[in-house]
Design a protein. Structure first.
Ligand SMILES: [Zn+2]
Length: 354
């Protein structure tokens, strides 16, 4: 089995905010090139890797998608050399103070190290002094004098998390953007496994853009590729202090399979049976409505595409310290490779919605 840790650490060490994914797309393209027959970018910047199926001239196609975009911030105002920020995607503002960040300064095309700070409690009105502050009260400090900031930084410049990945004891990796670079790592492990596993279907590995803001990548790639089936990989909520019982899942105890109207029941059942057969532990993630992932976009593209969702649990979602069990991510990669290898040419005829 491929060790995904080194590549995953490099994936969560680069920027690539929603709408600006090219730094991470470059890194993924480099890693995928030897594993697939062709790699190219979609018109909106999603990365498509095609690994051709063996045997037939026009085989059916499966698309496996993981979003590569990251949440982050953008400079909204510059006051006395301090940067005010707004969010890109659904950021958890409560943990921003103290975060290490990089300001992507467009005036001089520099990456400036910076921290997110807030005024000391004693200088704030009593009502705000002890509570958490809204994002408009927080400041990004580059350490530069106002004149230098004015020369280098522009309103609209991106600010990304800059903390290094940290390996916790117990097989847990923590860092920013584990949602969803860990899924990109799982997809890469799947491609790696497929090097020694014959498969009949064409496999489109897709790293999508803008899941955190609009599902643009999932919609446009599903439409362009028009695969017979789509499997989406994404993070879900892990159990932890304060988590409820039914929407959170134990970390390190296996992969999640989404079940609900957004998922094709036959694909779900097949994945579940395969996990049982391979003795890969799994849990059920019951989704009463759309899944809030690329699976929603994939399923509702064109005439409707049979879609499934495979997940791994993550603690501290949408913070710079998102944490996940490495073995769960590894299991997702293995399950997908085995699933792809079991796809016969006539599998597509069996996918009916009953
Ligand atoms: Zn995600």
């Amino acid at each position: 089995m491929t060790d995904i840790l080194p590549f995953l650490k490099s994936l969560i060490s680069v920027a690539g905010l929603s709408g600006h994914e090219s730094p991470v797309a470059d890194l993924i393209a480099q890693r995928w090139r030897p594993l697939v027959d062709e790699v190219r970018l979609s018109r909106v910047g999603s990365l498509h890797g095609l690994k051709k199926g063996a045997g037939q001239s026009a085989p059916p196609a499966i698309m496996v998608a993981a979003h590569m975009d990251a949440i982050g911030m953008r400079v909204s105002r510059i006051v006395d050399g301090f940067l005010h920020i707004t969010n890109v995607g659904g950021i958890d503002v409560r943990v921003l103070p103290g975060a290490e960040v990089t300001v992507h300064a467009s005036g001089t095309d520099e990456e400036l190290p910076a921290v997110v700070g807030m005024p000391p409690a004693r200088f704030l009105p009593e009502s705000a002094g002890n509570g958490f502050l809204a994002i408009n009260h927080l400041l990004v400090d580059t350490g530069l004098l106002p004149r230098e900031v004015g020369r280098k930084v522009r309103v609209g410049d991106l600010v990304s998390f800059a903390n290094e990945p940290i390996e916790l004891a117990g097989d847990v990796l923590s860092g920013h953007t584990m949602d969803n670079r860990a899924s990109v790592a799982a997809l890469t492990a799947c491609l790696q496994d497929l090097q020694n596993k014959p498969h009949v279907w064409d496999v489109w590995a897709v790293a999508t853009v803008q899941e955190e803001v609009s599902y643009l990548g999932a919609y446009s790639s599903t439409f362009a590729i028009r695969p017979q089936i789509v499997i989406v990989i994404d993070a879900t909520f892990a159990k932890g202090p304060g988590a409820n019982d039914w929407q959170t899942f134990p970390m390190g105890k296996g992969v999640g399979l989404g079940l609900g109207p957004n998922m094709h029941p036959f694909l779900h059942t097949r994945l579940r049976e395969l996990a049982e057969r391979l003795e890969i532990p799994w849990f059920l993630d019951v989704m009463p409505a759309q899944s809030g992932t690329d699976a929603f976009a994939a399923q509702t593209t064109a005439e409707g595409i049979p879609t499934a969702l495979v997940e791994f649990p993550i603690r501290y979602m949408h913070t710079p310290v998102e944490s996940a069990a490495v073995k769960d991510i590894q299991r997702v990669g293995r399950l997908l490779a085995e699933f792809i290898a079991t796809l016969e040419a006539d599998f597509v005829d069996m996918i009916v919605w009953e």
